[in-house]
Design a protein around this ligand. Sequence first.
Ligand code: ATP
Ligand code: MG
Length: 249
Amino acid sequence: MTTHVLEVDQLVGGYRGVEVVRDISFEVSEGEVVALLGPNGSGKTTTLLTIAGLIRPIGGTVRVLGRPIGREATSRIARRGMVMVPDDRGLFGELSVADTLRVAQRSRVGKTDDVVELLPALRPLWRRKVALLSGGEQQMVALAAALVRRPRLLMLDEMSLGLAPQIVTGLLAAVRSMADRDGTGVLLVEQHARVALGASDCAIVLRHGEIALAGGSDDVGVRLEAGESSYLGGSAEAAAKSSSVKNLS
Ligand SMILES: Nc1ncnc2c1ncn2[C@@H]1O[C@H](COP(=O)(O)OP(=O)(O)OP(=O)(O)O)[C@@H](O)[C@H]1O
Ligand SMILES: [Mg+2]
């Protein structure tokens, strides 16, 4: 029997009663990687924040590991095995890589831990302060900090922000291995649509807060290339976005 780590049924989400996403229904099974795609402002982050209990659903239901989240606090949902990596990475710059992983796992993480084996480029960075790492290196640390917690549901918001597609491909390969090996279910928001489609089993494309396309990743890829939805996220769009974010901060 397939075990669903996430079931979203007719979800309506938004801010202060104003609907941003509507009629969102999909599932993530154990070991499955689902890509959530769509142009800027289409509601990807809002969907993730609602599933994580960080904003209250306006309507519909979300079940994490078989139980509805209702009005549960994020910390309680997290205890069931949900981990979310936000788009700002959520790291403490003053900590070393080793300490970041120790805090995440609540015990010492050795360089031989299998998460480090999945991301071997962490080894030479082990004692370095996170603040002094490059964007791609920081993203790798954020991903490792999520993986050492052995999530059953892992949600990743735009790992690629400002990163080259090759780096994203490497990070997604580690995510794929974790899903295959440990049965982690993954919901992945990505700007680099082609990279995400290559690493995922299924894909959902949002447009104006609603599902415009959904299906197997290969099929969705073909339909996007054929122009069925006006969207195909590219690196130029992602780069433009990351530079505007940097200018604001
Ligand atoms: N805190 C907030 N309060 C009110 N509206 C918000 C808030 N956060 C986002 N929105 C609005 O909700 C809509 C969807 O935003 P969301 O961040 O979910 O999009 P996204 O698909 O993640 O976009 P991006 O690719 O740029 O990250 C946008 O119109 C945005 O302006
Ligand atoms: Mg977003």
